[in-house]
Design a protein around this ligand. Sequence first.
Ligand code: PBG
Length: 327
Amino acid sequence: MEMIQRPRRLRYGENLRRMVRETRMSKASLIYPVFVMEGENRQEEISSMAGQYRYTVDRLLYKVEDMLNAGVDKMMLFGIPAEKDEVGSGAYAEDGIVQKGFRAIKARFPEMYLIGDVCMCEYTSHGHCGILHGQEVDNDTTIQYLAKIALSQVEAGADMVAPSDMMDGRVAAIRKLLDEKGHENVPIMSYAVKYASAFYGPFREAADSAPAFGDRKSYQMDFHNRREGIKEALLDLEEGADILMVKPAMAFGDVIHELKETVDVPIAAYNVSGEYSMVKAAAQLGYIDETAMMCEIATSTFRAGADIYLTYFAKELAQCMDEGRIG
Ligand code: PBG
């Protein structure tokens, strides 16, 4: 049959298909989020996140080595303090759990790039992401605390900070304090476009950080909104954010895409706990092929425009990239 255009011509054979791939990924884009807890020589599997653990600092070092061997050289740390209080003191204590984690990793593996998640919900007794005034999170008080948290993480060895609280003006407050203390070269990766999402469910069990009352809808965004996400992103840029994040990733490809077209800074996307656990659970039931599903989901986020991908699947994705399965 006479036919000039035959798109299938470029689909015959793996070599050819790999040559014409439009989306290229690299292990350099991956960030592995991990949980650190008090104690010694223990690791506990997180029941809502099969294959993910809370590590004591000594055990975390083995995980760091494991990730470096897999070619993943960036990690984000979440702390689980022994005790929580109203003002989240554990978040900015010099000997706070995450600060101890940063110090230990930097001493042993300086080549691991460390990112601090700057928030209060893992550290407050009420589980909200800031300081309460009555039943509300008080924005302007909270951003002063967030700046203190960021500074204490940087002083402990964090190379970058990532505020995830969604208070207004927090990027500016963090930038100002870091600059005053001589940390003008520490980048801020802002969770700029963070939605109030059911996809965080498994994380809240992992970090025991579910709000004791109410929800996070007065600070995290309504998932019906795309333009508001762009507004949040532009404000964070003005305040000094170096990298902008969209979170969650999988169900928000349209937002990632639009942001990529709109701004000229790197875009990160967070493949959050619920996205991870859905794949794990469905695979355990035998409903899906876990590796294939993980690869397709990750690729879709890069295809949408993400430059950076935070994922609990970092090690497995790195292996798939090594094997040429994706990337
Ligand atoms: C802290 C924070 C959360 C996540 C990252 N930082 C929880 C939340 O906002 O409730 C979620 C990460 C995940 O689900 O994997 N505020």
